[in-house]
Ligand binder design. Sequence first.
Ligand code: FES
Length: 356
Amino acid sequence: MRALQKTKQPFSFFTESVVDLNAVNFWLQKFNPLWSSNQALGKVVQKEMAAADMVSLTLQVNRHFKFGQAGQHHPVFITVDGVRYERTYSLTQLDRQHVLLSAKKVTAGKASTWLAEQAKAGDIIEFGLPFGEMAVPAQNGPLVLLAAGSGITPMFSLLKALSKTDQMRTQPVQLLYWVKHHEDAAFKVHFERLAELHENFTFKIFYTQGAEADARLNQAHASQIADLAGSTVYACGPAGFAAKAEELFAQSAQAFQSEAFSMNLAPVDDIGFVNVTLAKSKKVVSIPKGQSILVSLEQQNIKPEHGCRMGICNKCVCKKSEGTTRNLVNGAQHAEPGNLLKLCVNSAQTDLIIDL
Ligand code: FES
């Protein structure tokens, strides 16, 4: 007996090519801008300033949108003047249909400037799949959240998720948050409300610039944390902040996780050029020492796959067979052959052979 062959669905031919998908999406979005056969889309429904330099957009998302876990990041695709940019933001789930996207305006930053100055109700934004390791910890031990600048966004998301569960009743949670000026502190009212509702939650904001500036993250802050050895510590901020947090907490806390959204400047001895052999494409290119390998390759018109450009999503990882690299976030050097290399957050110190 012959097995019955499965027949194709009437519209399956539409899904067999990108061109057809684009056409289907075009016509669907004539009826409703959130409709799509495959894209995760969000429609701006509200816009407000979370701080002097941080905008918060509330977006209604469609059925293709994956919420992921609180504290994770989403690729966000924004088209400005006909150019499509991919950026990474930590979103906060508000309910089953809405998320909050908060972005700090970066000088000369195309995407963040568009979000802060031009985005308006009704605009549509496309999203990728969520990624990142900084999620609500499974165990109920003390949780310490360290944030600087826009590093507050994943912490806000974690706190929002925790406050919806019973975990906040029993789990001590402490937030330490550094900003330059009073007007830069985002979500302050929300944190105050949270502290009123949950006696286990405490927070302190440090203002690092102005007449009576508070100290930046240092040993004294670490010493004041009760039961550090039993705590999970998360840190998010610029590279210098993440590196300092790692120095202070990586060994002394029970668990430590950090994310940086910028890179340290290369040391002054990182000058000159090195050769990078791309084993798969059989090419050798000369790139500057001390600069992100991903950026250097892009400048040579080589376009490795990538996502966040912050060392979080792992999309740019490739195998290194030979050579020494320096991590641009924490300064660590790696000379061992055969390890996996994140092209976006590493620079070449010597000639390299990589599997690209
Ligand atoms: S692009 Fe995300 S880790 Fe490199």
